[in-house]
Design a binder for this molecule. Sequence first.
Ligand SMILES: Nc1ncnc2c1ncn2[C@@H]1O[C@H](COP(=O)(O)OP(=O)(O)OP(=O)(O)O)[C@@H](O)[C@H]1O
Ligand SMILES: Cc1cn([C@H]2C[C@H](O)[C@@H](COP(=O)(O)O)O2)c(=O)[nH]c1=O
Length: 225
Amino acid sequence: MSRPGLFITFEGIDGAGKSSHIEGLAAAFRTQGRTVTVSREPGGTPLAEKLREMVLNDPMDALTESLLIFAARRDHLRNVIEPALARGEVVLCDRFTDATFAYQGAGRGFDLGVLSTLERLAQTGLAPEASLMREPDLTVWFDLAPEVAAERLVGARVPDRFEAQPVEFFRRVAQGYADRAAAAPQRFARLDAAQDRHRVWQQLTSVFVRKGWLAIMVATQGGPQ
Ligand SMILES: Nc1ncnc2c1ncn2[C@@H]1O[C@H](COP(=O)(O)OP(=O)(O)OP(=O)(O)O)[C@@H](O)[C@H]1O
Ligand SMILES: Cc1cn([C@H]2C[C@H](O)[C@@H](COP(=O)(O)O)O2)c(=O)[nH]c1=O
């Protein structure tokens, strides 16, 4: 019997620790016989990666930023996410639309109603059920205080347009994520990302074990050292 695809997204402010765990989770799914597509936003296709370079590096206003992000998202959905889900794969995506509401909406102060309209336009009509607006089956939210995230990122890499923002910007973004999680508690799983890597990994795998998506053994093995 074929298994349904799973669309799982990872969210949090810059430096919250998402990327440190996504490959480990992909390996855990593969060990249990699933085919996994790992991707990211903005990005995930040649066109969307070009748009990512612009969004992360070129000066622009919040509407332009939002339009480019949703254009990248539509291309990514059409060419990577929807085909993988149709094949029954697990799709692990580093950021998705919650990031747009958190960064462009809460962080930049851009109109949430316009973002909802763009969301519906960009994310509808791509799945076999044409009226479906694609949303994640689960969103893992790495919740971390902006001050701690900033400490983790010091010297880690050259900051892009977002990472160069002051801590007040990330306080608004963090509140944006909290608001999104409160509005869709059944979709969000919050992790305490302030804990050490091993404990974050344990929290992460526990979420998937509780859902019945991973067998219990992976909760005690693997993960970053
Ligand atoms: N639990 C942790 N405790 C301490 N440091 C951590 C932890 N998890 C990750 N880090 C470190 O924090 C930094 C940011 O981690 P990572 O790149 O995984 O975050 P991210 O959420 O993917 O960030 P971004 O979205 O900006 O790419 C890295 O230097 C990483 O080694
Ligand atoms: C999807 C998405 C992303 N962003 C921002 C958030 C990050 O600062 C960068 C992506 O960098 P990462 O190291 O890959 O996390 O882009 C955004 O502002 N809006 C979005 O929708």
